[in-house]
Design a binder for this molecule. Structure first.
Ligand SMILES: [Zn+2]
Length: 111
């Protein structure tokens, strides 16, 4: 009947599912495929300096979900706090020492 009264819209099942997906990043991550993930990671690390630790944490999770190797990209951020503010302390005996300026954790990398 044309009463002009619209039915109340209840959150649909799809919406409920969407909410769950939004709440859990890893589920959203699992949705996209591996090549998309690799592309996203490559793009992400073109400008790692402007990324927040939270974004880095997510991208690492994405790489782990697809078993993608970050290799030297791992050296762009701190393992502990995911900060990109790493300071090179010096190179000795082919060992590079890098310090995180946020949590002051020191890393040693073979070069
Ligand atoms: Zn750190």
């Amino acid at each position: 009947m044309g009463t002009g009264v619209t039915k109340p819209v209840w959150p649909s099942r799809e919406y409920a599912v969407y909410k769950v997906f939004k709440a859990c990043d890893s589920l959203v991550i699992m949705e996209s495929n591996k090549s998309q993930a690799r592309e996203k990671i490559e793009k992400f690390f073109k400008d790692p300096k402007y990324r927040t630790p939270e974004e880095i944490r997510k991208i690492k999770k994405l790489a782990m979900a697809y078993n993608l190797k970050l290799q030297d990209k791992r050296k762009m951020f701190c393992k502990k706090c995911y900060s990109t503010k790493l300071i090179t302390l010096g190179i000795k005996n082919k060992i590079k020492r890098v310090k995180c300026s946020d949590c002051s954790h020191v890393y040693r990398w073979k070069i």
